[in-house]
Design a protein around this ligand. Structure first.
Ligand SMILES: Cc1cc2nc3c(=O)[nH]c(=O)nc-3n(C[C@H](O)[C@H](O)[C@H](O)COP(=O)(O)OP(=O)(O)OC[C@H]3O[C@@H](n4cnc5c(N)ncnc54)[C@H](O)[C@@H]3O)c2cc1C
Length: 456
């Protein structure tokens, strides 16, 4: 097989167009493009891509089926190990996972496995294959807490096997981070809506606006409980001026924008947000916040400030490039030490100029504060500094073990210290990825079924 076939480039909206709307900007492959890209697979005897995939999808077989134009077969391969394939095909950090292990990537660009997966899953959705086939009722009931990808994956398996699933979600909408966090220009809302509809059609009941504090209360009523409560507590800086009007956590900022309707002009409106917006942080969440900000009608200037250099930024390189192309200004080796305001409203961020010191425990060079200060004239600041776990359930539920960070402790089957209570996703690992949450939800569903069958 020729080694120099270039990767099929996915069509995308131009930066100057896409930063003016919330439309999905990577347009996906056509049938012909997906087949051509799948043909670049070298069919390695020991497929690194499979090793790199957190759910070990059978990628070589999947790509071979696409190459033959048998998309139904390709979809079936993916569904063996993944039940959120279009979401994963669209938002997984492929460069660190399957594509990062593709042998083609050594000399040229890796096979665009994510892009091909996205094409096949979209094809499956458009051809009615994402509807669930539901078995006769088992008479057993399972409560899931939270409605993010961990619960979606768990609920899908259980509902299809005839278990009655009731999802308790504290918010008024379904989807967890998929709904409030991941912007619609990266993940089209029709993808999430299709999944939610499939779950509803399979009999999953969603009770919105219901916050659960004590898992034992549910464990008394349901045969089993799954806790997919995510990592929802935003990290704050603890610096003066943080409570000024105009300073938001990334969760507040992103949900205000991502949950708002799209207007006729293709934009979302967040009127309380100002014109000069400074996002603090260097991860993917910071990129999402900045890219959301730049798309707001009133945005004139959007900065990202980060305390190390671009080299140490945890955001994936693609996200970083997209953010730059869209006109966001990166200010590295800067860290806010104070937010200033007038009449309670933010007007300036005072930032320390940083230097890099010796490597810290993460292996990255430690940022060291100098005496020098720079000031940004801004009216909005967004803190994208990470998330931790809410300890309410672990502290209110007798017998439920969690670590010091509030992450539930589970065994390899996703079972907690309470026999019929399971957990998975960010609630167990801390903030991670969709595919890892999905995997945990699927493992827990299988374990719940085994336990309930044994008890029969
Ligand atoms: C802005 C942003 C962008 C991201 N982008 C990506 C990406 O591109 N690719 C990727 O792989 N990962 C991404 N991630 C990470 C990924 O979204 C998460 O790892 C994933 O959503 C975790 O799924 P989960 O189901 O465990 O939790 P969540 O998605 O957080 O869902 C948890 C749900 O539980 C609900 N809940 C919490 N406590 C209770 C309670 N007591 N009672 C009732 N309901 C409760 C919450 O309201 C929430 O709806 C991103 C994260 C963020 C914040």
């Amino acid at each position: 097989m020729a080694s120099n076939i270039p990767r099929v480039k996915m069509k995308a909206l131009e930066p100057g167009v896409r930063n003016r709307n919330f439309e999905v900007f990577l347009k996906g492959y056509t049938k012909e493009e997906a087949m051509a890209e799948a043909s670049r697979c070298l069919g390695c005897k020991v497929p690194g891509c499979r090793e790199g995939c957190p759910v070990n999808n059978d990628i070589p077989q999947f790509l071979a089926a696409v190459r033959e134009g048998d998309f139904a077969k390709a979809y079936a391969y993916i569904c063996e190990r993944s039940n959120l394939s279009e979401i994963c095909g669209t938002v997984c950090p492929h460069e660190d996972q399957c594509e990062g292990h593709c042998i083609r990537g050594i000399k040229s660009e890796p096979v665009a496995i994510g892009g091909v997966e996205r094409f096949v899953s979209q094809w499956a959705r458009e051809n009615g294959l994402t509807k669930l086939k539901v078995k006769a009722s088992t008479g057993k009931t399972v409560a899931c807490v939270g409605s993010g990808p961990a619960t979606m994956a768990c609920a899908q398996i259980l509902a299809a096997k005839g278990y009655k699933v009731v999802v308790y979600e504290e918010k008024e909408y379904i989807g967890g981070v998929l709904a409030w966090g991941i912007p619609s220009y990266r993940l089209g809302r029709e993808v999430i809506d299709d999944k939610i509809q499939a779950l509803k059609d399979a009999g999953v009941e969603f009770r919105l606006g219901e916050k659960i504090s004590d898992a034992n209360e549910l464990a008394k009523v349901y045969d089993a409980v799954f806790l997919g409560t995510g990592a929802t507590v935003p990290t704050r800086m603890g610096i003066p001026g943080e409570s000024l009007e105009g300073v938001y956590t990334a969760a507040e900022f992103l949900s205000k924008i991502n949950l708002a309707p799209i207007s006729e002009d293709g934009r979302r409106h967040f009127d309380a947000c100002g014109k000069r917006i400074l996002v603090v942080g260097g991860g993917n969440v910071a990129m999402d916040a900045a890219r959301d900000a730049v798309r707001l009608a009133q945005a004139e200037k959007v900065y990202i400030v980060y305390r190390r250099t671009e080299e140490e930024m945890p955001a994936c390189s693609e996200e970083l490039e997209h953010a730059k192309e869209e006109g966001i200004e990166f200010c590295t080796l800067r860290n806010p030490v104070e937010f200033m305001g007038e009449n309670g409203r933010l007007t300036q961020a005072v930032c320390a100029v940083m230097e890099l010191g010796e490597p810290d425990s993460s292996g990255r060079r430690r940022p060291v504060e100098t005496e020098e200060r720079v000031t940004f004239d801004i009216d909005t600041a967004v803190l994208a500094l990470g998330f931790s776990n809410d300890k309410e359930i672990s502290e209110s539920t007798e017998g439920l073990d969690a670590d010091k960070w509030g992450c539930f402790t589970v065994n390899e089957n996703g079972r907690t210290s309470i026999p019929n209570v399971y957990a998975g996703g960010d609630a167990v690992t801390g903030a991670a990825t969709v595919v890892k949450a999905m995997k945990a939800g699927m493992i827990a569903a299988k374990s719940i079924m085994e336990q309930l069958k044994e008890e029969q």
